[in-house]
Ligand binder design. Structure first.
Ligand code: FAD
Ligand code: SF4
Length: 509
């Protein structure tokens, strides 16, 4: 055999460069479902099901082309991991070369490459056309910069790709509409929200749901509400639904949160994009077209495009630039275990309870819930970065390490010491109260740092400032926060430190 072409669970792109020059007489496609990918972090049922359903629908696409395919279904083999499954297939087929688009995870890339080379075959990585910016051009852009900032990268890439530009200048006259994109829903709430299009599981997906229930019965979460897009046609429908019904409200409310409203104006496209069921170019072009047609305001469209062409490409560039050391980063010396309630949602903190409820139920929380509730609490508590990284990788339907790890270790935990963001994203319960209705239904008082009803976020916020005073008090972007700490009396600070210590001890049990 000439080429064995590997398709991994997050590479379901029918137009992939992998298939260029594919010759059915001498080449073969290879896909495998393995339990190890669901258990190396304790994945939610929804995350496992999204990947397996996506893979099984992609198998249909390949069958339609009539190409030779090895598809190792989960219940038809005993290989624990991808490397073992591949090693056995290499013995059978003895290909000259193994072709693959770069895997989305350092660990997997290394283990597959080693397996292929150990079998005496050539490992060939074909270009990944899904992204706007490949790791080489990212490292060219990053060269010579001590710290990397999204805003600089975003403008560079937007110019290079001519996205949302009029005569080489940004549409609407500004590169950044963040100031218009931070509204909350106030006291009135969000009102009637446009519910996203739900994808009723078809026969293939129902089969996957049964399989996941049978093989991973004790994994967290539920599949009762599974309605994610799992093939290219559904991903396009999801995009169309978002552009028509939610994009106009996206910008203004992108940071807002509301109890039992998991979707708000968000796109729900991350899993479809990360599995490559749809390309970010198609997503960005659809958003820009909506602006040009007058169907969505510039602030919403710019805010959305910034996430896709900005953050998404930026974190991928940082991942490949910084791995493998990135995964070990822990500049703040955080060493607490992850509280057990992250796996169950069983907590009396209303904000965390709501964010965990939807995470475990749908495999989804939106950006501010991830950053300013789930990630923030772990950071303030001082949870070991590896523990919170593994949790984030396990629970979300869109979690692939290239995007999850930089967001968690770099953006949310500041574990890399500010290589990726200019300051730690730390806030007290005040922020959560401003951006949501959570605090009104909580047994704690968001303004209190000490006492029985003290908000744990607020206690831990002041404690964080105290613990990391030396590192941040002179920093130009954070000095204000630390100045307000200086206004607290010694007694207040002692009481906060005692309360934080007790909280930490209780949550480590
Ligand atoms: P929308 O709010 O509609 O945003 C549109 C798109 O922009 C998303 O689909 C996504 O592709 C992209 N995007 C937005 N923010 C980011 C970002 N910070 N980094 C990369 N892409 C972004 N995203 C993942 O895809 N997988 C993850 O595992 C993941 N883990 C995260 C962990 C933390 C701690 C944080 C703070 C963010 C994480 N994100 C992750 C980014 C972001 O939260 C999700 O992409 C987004 O919530 C997905 O929902 P959506 O599709 O409705 O996004
Ligand atoms: Fe969360 Fe504190 Fe508000 Fe309760 S009071 S919802 S714990 S921020």
């Amino acid at each position: 055999m000439r080429n064995l072409c590997l398709v991994l669970g997050d590479q379901l792109d029918a137009g992939s460069a992998l298939f260029e020059g594919f010759e059915p007489e001498s080449d073969r496609v290879w896909m495998a479902e393995v339990g190890g990918e669901a258990t190396h972090v304790w994945s939610t049922k929804a995350r496992i099901a999204v990947f397996l359903a996506g893979m099984r629908h992609f198998r249909q696409v390949l069958h339609g082309r009539g190409w030779p395919l090895d598809y190792l279904a989960l219940d038809e083999h005993d290989f624990p991991g991808l490397a073992e499954a591949l090693a056995a297939s290499l013995q059978v087929h003895r290909p000259q070369r193994v072709l693959c688009v770069c895997p989305g995870e350092w660990r997997l890339r290394e283990s597959l490459r080693e397996t292929v080379e150990a079998a005496g075959c050539e490992w060939v990585e074909v270009p990944d056309r899904h992204f706007y910016c490949d790791p080489e051009s990212f490292s060219g852009w990053a060269k010579g910069r001590k710290t990397l900032r999204l805003e600089h990268f975003y403008r560079w890439l937007r110019r290079r790709e001519s996205v949302l530009l009029d005569d080489c200048e940004p549409c609407g006259g500004e590169w950044n509409f963040d100031a218009e994109n931070r509204a909350s829903f106030g006291r009135e709430g969000p009102g009637l929200l446009p519910a996203p299009h739900a994808f009723e599981p078809d026969r293939i997906t129902r089969g996957v749901i049964e399989l996941v229930e049978a093989h991973f019965p004790d994994h967290p979460g539920t599949l009762d509400d599974f309605d994610w897009p799992v093939n290219a046609a559904q991903a396009r429908q999801a995009l169309d639904d978002f552009i028509r019904r939610r994009l106009p409200g996206f910008g203004q409310y992108q940071d807002a949160m509301w109890t039992r409203e998991p979707w708000l104006y968000h796109s729900r496209l991350s899993a479809a994009m990360n599995l490559k069921l749809i390309s970010p170019r198609e997503v960005v072009e659809a958003a820009e077209a909506a602006y040009r047609a007058g169907d969505a305001p510039i602030a919403a469209v710019e805010g959305f495009i910034r996430q896709v062409i900005g953050w998404r490409e930026f974190v991928r560039g940082v991942y490949w630039l910084r791995m493998p050391d990135f995964a070990e980063a822990n500049v703040l010396g955080a060493d607490q275990p992850l509280p057990a309630f992250y796996w169950t949602g069983d907590t009396d903190m209303a904000c965390l309870r709501d964010a965990l409820w939807q995470t475990l139920r749908f495999g989804y929380a939106h950006h501010i819930q991830r950053l300013m509730v789930l990630g923030l609490f772990a950071q303030l508590l001082g949870v070991k970065p590896e523990a919170i990284h593994h949790w984030f990788l396990a629970v979300f339907v869109d979690a692939v390490e290239w995007v999850e790890l930089p967001n968690v270790l770099g953006m949310s935990q500041y574990a890399d010491g500010g290589f990726m963001v200019s300051k730690p994203y730390v806030a007290s319960g005040n922020y959560i109260n401003r951006m949501s209705n959570y605090c009104g239904g909580c047994r704690y008082r968001y303004g209190n740092a000490t006492g029985d009803d003290a908000c744990p976020f607020t206690t831990l916020y002041w404690d964080f400032l105290e613990r990391h005073r030396d590192r941040f008090s002179d920093h130009p972007r954070t000095a204000l926060q630390w100045k307000s700490l200086a206004r607290k009396s010694d007694q207040e600070r002692d009481a906060i430190a005692r309360q934080a210590k007790a909280l930490r001890e209780r949550l480590a049990e």
